[in-house]
Design a binder for this molecule. Structure first.
Ligand SMILES: [Zn+2]
Length: 483
């Protein structure tokens, strides 16, 4: 899939970054959850006026049934894999919603980005748009986006609920016609005429049903069971796909958390119960570990497809970026040197820990760019080499025998992760993290110096305020998108 999406043909445009995960559903076949960042993709600034976003969506995504004569191949594929069953499936039902994927989807003359008028209205809707997505919306268009504000007051929730019920009622005749397998329509106007509804009334009701911003794809009545697809990808993939333009960051993060990084809850619960039982039975730690290991190895159900994928070491997740965890806390987890090395050491030797990334950083070469580099730059811009990989034209030796690092020459800089501390509850850890990551240093003593009692003090007043400037400048480069 990445060979195709990343190919020079650029079926969905020039890809900047991607992240995917293969999931095997209920002992079944694999499917892929993927997020792709496209270079220079437009964003929505103004709902009423975003022709570039609409143009971008229409260029890459469609939900129209191809003409059988003009493109019999694609027509066949779409008919076979992209049509939502009129009978729905058991995964469609969720709560009191008959189809959580929103089928049959409502026809549209052209692609629009819809939003209910009160989503922008602070009086009626609580917070302004761009609020927090708290849960799946129960409206019919959930799958094509959907944000709902968790902080809405009860009154406004009631107000929105009432408006949505009214809109649903108004749209019922349209929906009934769409559900009717024997009914057929020339176009949307024809359908609306049969429902005795004007275009304006229809648009208004459709917008009223949305929670947050929603992409409503251009769709004729005959396409209301077709799921969105990219024609080039579908032709090559020849299996079902659901491709969507991401309107807001929060929806994207929710998607990634719930699908791409899906935890295996059942497994965790099962292991917890094994641990509880092991504790009760009073076995020693070694046997306890053994029991847990056996439970883990035996309990997880694996489909035939998944076992083949694993045995053949097929990649089950892939990301265009490396992610590196940087330890900034003094009390953080450390690994001791191997026993064989410890045995050769004197009893008073203190340097018994494996050197981590911060150690390697402090022993960076005293030359060129390395001198002024902060730890965040070092972690994201250099690759640490281990054991035999120490030779090579790009390997730069670190001081004090701490290994080698080459600068990342291929691909992009890594994304850094770190523990977050609360500024209010743990100010010392909080400011130590900022200094450690973003203030160039050679030893930890340089992060406070004897004239300042706290890290916070050094951050605010150190070197006549230039410490703060340095840290803020570098921090913005890594944490500019949020807090
Ligand atoms: Zn359904």
């Amino acid at each position: 899939m990445t060979d195709l999406i990343l190919s020079p043909a650029q079926p969905i445009g020039p890809v900047e970054d991607y992240l995917f995960r293969v999931e095997f559903q209920a002992r079944g076949s694999p499917h892929i959850h993927m997020v792709v960042w496209i270079e220079d993709a437009p964003g929505v600034q103004d709902l009423e006026d975003c022709p570039d976003v609409i143009e971008f969506i229409d260029r890459y995504i469609t939900c129209q049934m191809p003409d059988e004569k003009a493109d019999p191949e694609l027509h066949k594929i779409v008919s076979e894999v992209q049509i939502h069953s009129r009978n729905h499936s058991k995964t469609c039902r969720k709560g009191n919603v008959s189809c959580r994927f929103g089928f049959p989807r409502l026809p549209m003359d052209k692609t629009i980005i819809a939003s209910a008028p009160w989503n922008d209205d602070e009086d009626a809707g609580g917070n302004k748009k761009g609020g927090v997505k708290a849960k799946d919306t129960n409206d019919v268009q959930e799958k094509e986006c959907g944000t709902i504000d968790s902080k809405k007051s009860k009154k406004s929730k009631k107000f929105v609920g009432k408006k949505q019920r009214e809109a649903k009622e108004k749209l019922k005749p349209v929906r009934d016609f769409l559900m009717d397998a024997n009914a057929s329509f020339e176009d949307l106007s024809d359908l609306l005429e049969k429902c005795k509804m004007t275009h304006d009334e229809y648009q208004e009701s459709v917008k009223a049903l949305t929670s947050g911003m929603v992409v409503m794809m251009k769709r004729e009545p005959k396409d209301c069971w077709v799921n969105g697809y990219n024609p080039d990808l579908l032709r090559a993939w020849n299996a079902n796909m659901d491709i969507q333009f991401i309107l807001d960051k929060f929806t994207c993060i929710m998607y990634m958390m719930s699908y791409v990084a899906k935890p295996e809850h059942e497994m965790t619960e099962f292991l917890n119960s094994v641990i509880r039982d092991a504790k009760k039975s009073n076995v020693n730690e070694r046997d306890e570990m053994k029991q847990i290991m056996q439970a883990y190895a035996k309990h997880r159900e694996v489909s035939a497809q998944e076992s083949v994928a694993r045995v053949c070491s097929l990649p089950l997740k892939k990301c265009s970026r490396t992610v590196i965890f940087v330890q900034t806390d003094e009390d953080g987890l450390k690994m001791s040197l191997p026993l064989s090395r410890l045995k050769d050491m004197g009893p008073d030797e203190e340097d018994v820990w494996m050197s981590g990334l911060p150690d390697k950083y402090e022993n960076r070469p005293a030359t060129g760019d390395f001198n002024d580099m902060c730890l965040a730059d070092f972690a994201s811009g250099c690759r640490v080499l281990y054991s035999r990989q120490t030779e090579g034209p790009n390997a730069i030796p670190l001081q004090n025998d701490k290994g080698f690092v080459p600068k990342r020459t291929q691909g992009k800089s890594a994304i850094i992760r770190f523990t977050r501390f609360s500024e209010k509850k743990q100010p010392e850890k909080f400011y130590r993290r900022l200094l450690k990551l973003y203030f160039p240093h050679r030893t930890d003593d340089e992060l406070k110096s004897e004239y300042y009692l706290t890290y916070e003090d050094f951050y605010n007043r150190g070197r006549g305020g230039s410490v703060k400037q340095y840290v803020d400048f570098n921090r913005k480069r890594y944490e500019g998108q949020g807090k």
